[in-house]
Design a protein around this ligand. Structure first.
Ligand code: ADP
Ligand code: LRH
Length: 488
């Protein structure tokens, strides 16, 4: 029976953390300690909206150095991050160009062209992946067209976590769960789709064979000279979050709630029919099977209004929204206009004005508009998912930073008319840890890990209230959800 120290580095679009997990096999006790937390801020560079991957790497190295100074020798390290974004390297392994963010405008209009030139059904049949205008497929085509000077030097293309793993070990790996988010992986073969790469104008030799999570990529050498194994976890943060969601019944759905809200269910088979395509349902790769889900714009809307209005006390703002009238002003959170507007406050106000809704003025009114609209979209997406699988869900697990928002959890339960189980908060980090514990032979599989999550991280339950305003507001909301204007 062993004790293990596992380092899980989880980078979300809003913040990153270096976490230390301690595992005691004898008691099956698992706990997490935050070593370092830092903001992940996008920056304008060379005219593009970019990630500061050098700063992220520095923060990771600082967290690892801190553990080293404390005399802690981790058994292994793993990194997960948000999906779809890549770093390009030259033949010497040096970075080419910037790590352009998926919110950058370079992809404007590219997906529409792909739909015309390759065909929507053809892309979906090949990949089973939802149409998001910023998928890597469209980013690569934009690179080909607008950054030929960068493209000329490229020898390798790595997803962000694969890049950070490479920086720690010197070895390159292409982890499968995150690779599926590119919309460039063939769903039948699990390999890069040669025709889609050709359409994007990128070279197949930039990419290695996608690897299922769990392999040791190489070793990170601490200042004291210890070689620490670096394990390719389920490097897509959402794949890690789902891995740590204590789903005990196959009629449970999950909602990973952070910058994005990812709602879905697990399945050993993909759902890639015409009906799934029409609902823009994705089949991302999981640690086991598929993550059948849909992207919902999520708490990004709230993050943006808080930063524009200089709101620092989020809990106070949430408390104030509870006094606002329910469902007064509604927006369609998945409208493409909210991906990266110059002003989120202005964009929400304009959307309300255009629909003849009262225009929210205060921060609390804006936040209430976001919460009610998200809850109604959760209801709509849950209906689409249930229809697709031909069975209703009996409960919804909400995980991630957003599950601390008890008011939104209650609205979600009310709108979806379902029991909500909230927790764990650090689901992506925990899934990262779980993958490492499985790779180290401490746990047998995902189900074994989920039993351990359920034992160590208590959940909070929210039961639906029958007298909510959502039933009466559904029609008004549906009228806003015009597919032509949505993400897809
Ligand atoms: P990501 O990993 O996508 O960056 P997180 O999982 O860290 O996102 O979740 C961030 C979100 O969690 C924030 O946008 C915020 O809305 C929510 N959140 C964080 N702390 C709290 C809190 N104490 N109460 C309510 N919501 C919170
Ligand atoms: C959530 C997430 C999501 C992706 C988006 C780019 O952090 O990874 O699953 O679609 O970021």
């Amino acid at each position: 029976m062993s004790k293990r120290n596992i380092v899980a580095i989880d980078l979300g679009a809003s913040s990153g953390r270096v976490m230390l997990a301690h595992w005691d096999a004898a008691t099956r006790h698992l706990n997490l300690r935050e070593v370092k937390r830092f903001a992940n801020q996008r920056q304008r560079r060379a005219g593009y909206d970019c990630w500061d991957v050098d700063q992220l790497e520095q923060e990771i190295r600082a967290g690892l150095a801190q553990l080293d100074q404390e005399g802690i020798v981790p058994d292994s390290i793993g990194i997960d991050t948000w999906g779809v974004d890549m770093v390009l390297l030259n033949a010497q392994g040096e970075r080419v160009g910037e790590a352009v963010s998926y919110r950058d405008a370079r992809t404007h209009g590219v997906m529409e062209r792909a739909l015309r030139e390759v065909g929507k059904s053809a892309i979906y049949a090949r990949t089973g992946i939802q149409f998001l205008p910023f998928n890597t497929l469209y980013q690569m085509r934009a690179l080909h067209e607008s950054q030929p000077d960068w493209q000329a030097d490229v020898a390798h293309a790595l997803m962000i976590p694969d890049y950070l793993h490479y920086r720690l070990t010197g070895n390159m790996n292409w982890e499968y769960t995150n690779a599926t988010t590119t919309q460039m992986l063939n769903i039948e073969s699990g390999e890069w789709d040669a025709d889609l790469l050709a359409w994007a104008g990128v070279e197949a030799k930039w990419f290695g064979k996608p690897q299922a999570p769990g392999n040791t990529i190489g070793f990170w050498k601490s200042a004291t000279g210890q070689p620490i194994p670096v394990i390719a976890v389920a490097t897509h943060d959402t794949a890690s979050a789902v891995l740590a969601t204590p789903l005990m019944q196959d009629d449970s759905a999950y909602l990973s709630s952070g910058t994005w809200s990812l709602m879905g269910f697990e399945s050993l088979q993909p759902y890639a029919s015409e009906a799934a395509m029409r609902a823009n349902i994705t089949n991302e790769g999981g640690a086991e099977g598929y993550r059948v889900l849909k992207n919902i714009m999520g708490l990004w809307l709230l993050q943006r209004i808080c930063s524009e209005l200089n709101i620092e006390d989020l809990c106070q703002l949430i408390a104030e929204t509870t006094h606002e009238p329910a469902c007064r002003s509604l927006i369609n959170p998945n409208h493409a206009r909210f991906i990266n507007p110059d002003s989120m406050v202005g964009e929400i106000q304009n959307a309300c004005a255009e629909q003849g809704m009262p225009v929210p003025q205060s921060a609390a009114a804006l936040a209430r508009c976001i919460f009610d609209s998200l809850a109604l979209l959760y209801r709509e997406v849950m209906g689409e998912l249930a229809t697709l699988r031909g069975q209703n869900f009996s409960q919804l697990h909400v995980v991630g930073g957003g599950c601390q928002n008890h008011f939104l959890n209650q609205l979600c339960a009310d709108a979806c008319e379902i029991s909500v189980l909230a927790g764990p908060i650090e689901a992506s980090t925990l899934g990262n840890v779980g993958c490492q514990l499985i790779a180290l032979g401490e746990l047998t599989d995902v189900a074994d890990f989920r039993r351990c999550v359920a034992k160590n991280f208590p959940l909070k339950k929210f039961e639906p209230q029958t007298n909510s305003a959502f039933g009466a507001s559904q029609a008004r909301f549906t009228a806003l959800s015009q597919p032509a204007k949505e993400l897809a």
